[in-house]
Design a protein around this ligand. Structure first.
Ligand SMILES: NC(=O)c1ccc[n+]([C@@H]2O[C@H](COP(=O)([O-])OP(=O)(O)OC[C@H]3O[C@@H](n4cnc5c(N)ncnc54)[C@H](O)[C@@H]3O)[C@@H](O)[C@H]2O)c1
Ligand SMILES: *[C@@H]1O[C@H](CO)[C@@H](O)[C@H](O)[C@H]1NC(C)=O
Ligand SMILES: *[C@@H]1O[C@H](CO)[C@@H](O)[C@H](O)[C@H]1NC(C)=O
Length: 435
């Protein structure tokens, strides 16, 4: 999983990745900000008063249920529904109609594009939160938009929105990738893990269970559920009761919640345990990404070592291999068996490791990056903190191999070359070079 992503040693907000902002600009803005604050406070108060006097009851919901939303998301209306329908329309003969949550995310963008390419109907859903630079999510959205994938802006914990989506489109499959990722961010915002990985998951499963027909669901768990296990390689049947982070704990709980919905309501469920996914359009909070940024900037990078100078290693998995595993999971998913909230028979329940089966020490990752970037890294060897990262991951993929035909084909060297090529072109093409 993403245990590596927070190896940043001196972030201004620990664990949370942000694009560099100049403190100088902040100082300039600070002047006169008190007057501005007072001004805007009055405007804001005025708006609140207007809102209260105009609504018949202060806690009643807006009268048009299709426009209800949890935050400020705007959805509903005939034009919106038309876009939703058109995006989800199946264009190949035996295609499926897939709702992809987290579609503006790293994995979600790649999976959505791949499904669309082969003629499946795809509708995205994403809340565009600012856990990492939202402009990267917007750029991915623009990419998908050009290939005909519409991303609905909204929250997976919004049941009115999800019900509406299922009312408009009879999705055959859900690819559930929306989540609060990252392990260090729990120190800053533990509630976000509960909101997306627990409440949001339950809400999604509730709506799926009520849908008629019920869709089959494939969703992203994480290799982090193996926690502090020492038996390698990690196999699906190994224990998962030693989480090393709140993130891991919520993913583990998610697996049990999924199991429950399978058992009680007949939902077809496949959980995928991803192992440190990397590649173009990747996540800026992950080590390979910010190592690249910091090496280019001449900034020192922290390289963690385990107890007794042990090596920290990750089973880095290239995005294209993960996408193949996701599509094969969707293709082999059986139909859910319930209807009207009741199970008619036992439904499919699966869990697969999707890794590369070839762990690489983080110091080797840095050496490869140095070669590709032609810049020497400033390395700072540090002890692995106890708040989230595990010392190593290594996937046993024989189960995915057997049942999905999953066979990773990209080694770290080849995959990083593609990542670096994307990185350099993305951040030189008028985008912020500091990113
Ligand atoms: N990338 C990895 O190495 C890795 C490893 C293991 C597991 N995973 C899991 O795979 C999935 C995809 O990961 P990713 O790397 O693409 O992460 P990502 O953060 O790039 O994508 C997740 C997307 O979900 C969206 N989202 C979050 N909460 C939401 C909510 N409540 N409602 C709607 N949208 C919401 C975010 O805006 C984001 O665009 C996640 O479930 C993650 O936990 C990823
Ligand atoms: C999720 O939605 C439910 C129902 O709308 C709400 O009661 C709950 O507070 C939300 N949970 C979180 C953690 O946001
Ligand atoms: C990998 O997992 C399979 C079960 O899917 C198991 O039979 C096999 O022994 C495991 N291999 C190793 C090396 O642990």
């Amino acid at each position: 999983m993403s245990q590596l992503k927070h190896l940043d040693n001196s972030p201004p907000t620990p664990g949370k990745f942000k694009m560099d902002k100049s403190p100088y600009i902040h100082r300039l803005r600070w002047h006169g900000s008190l007057a501005k604050l007072t001004f805007w406070s009055f405007i804001f108060l005025g708006l609140i008063l207007i809102f209260f006097f105009r609504s018949p009851s202060s806690n009643s919901l807006p009268s048009d249920p299709s426009r209800r939303s949890l935050r400020t998301y705007n959805w509903g209306g005939p034009a919106w529904e038309k876009r939703v329908r058109s995006s989800a329309r199946v264009r190949s003969r035996h295609g499926m109609s897939v709702l992809v949550t987290g579609a503006a995310g790293f994995v979600g963008t790649h999976v959505s594009a791949a499904l669309k390419r082969r003629g499946d109907g795809v509708l995205g859903l994403d809340c565009f939160n600012d856990y990492y630079d939202p402009s990267l999510k917007r750029a991915r959205q623009a990419l998908l938009d050009r290939s005909g994938v519409f991303i609905v802006e909204g929250d997976i914990n919004d049941s009115a929105l999800l019900s509406k989506l299922f009312e408009v489109v009879a999705f055959t499959h859900v690819m559930h990738l929306a989540a609060q990722a990252g392990v260090r961010y729990a120190m800053e915002n533990p509630g976000s893990y509960v909101h997306s990985n627990i409440a949001g998951l339950v809400n999604l499963l509730e709506v799926c269970k009520n849908a008629n027909p019920q869709p089959a669901i494939v969703w992203a768990s994480s290799s982090s559920v193996y926690g502090l296990n020492t038996k390698v390689p990690f196999s699906e049947r190994d224990r998962t009761d030693q989480p090393a982070s709140l993130y891991a704990a919520t993913k583990k709980a998610g697996e049990e919640i999924a199991h429950t919905y399978n058992h009680i309501y007949g939902l077809s469920l496949t959980g995928l345990r991803f192992f440190t996914v990397y590649g173009p359009w990747g996540r800026p909070d992950m080590a390979y990404f910010f190592f690249t940024r910091d090496i280019l900037k001449g900034k020192t990078i922290p390289i963690f070592e385990a107890a007794n100078h042990g090596t920290v290693a990750r089973d880095f998995t290239y995005i294209d291999d993960i996408v193949k595993g996701c599509l094969a999971s969707l293709d082999t998913a059986e139909k859910s068996t319930g209807s009207g909230g009741k199970k008619k028979g036992p439904a499919q329940l699966r869990v697969f490791n999707l890794g590369n089966t070839s762990p690489v020490p983080v110091s080797d990752l840095v050496t490869i990056l140095e070669r590709l970037l032609k810049v020497k890294a400033k390395r700072n060897i540090m002890k692995l903190p106890r708040n989230g990262d595990v010392p190593f991951t290594h996937a046993n993929i024989s189960s995915a191999q057997r049942e999905l035909g999953y066979k990773p084909t990209t080694d770290l060297q080849t995959g990083l070359k593609k990542f670096v090529r994307w990185y350099v072109s993305y951040y030189s093409g008028g985008k912020k070079a500091s990113g």
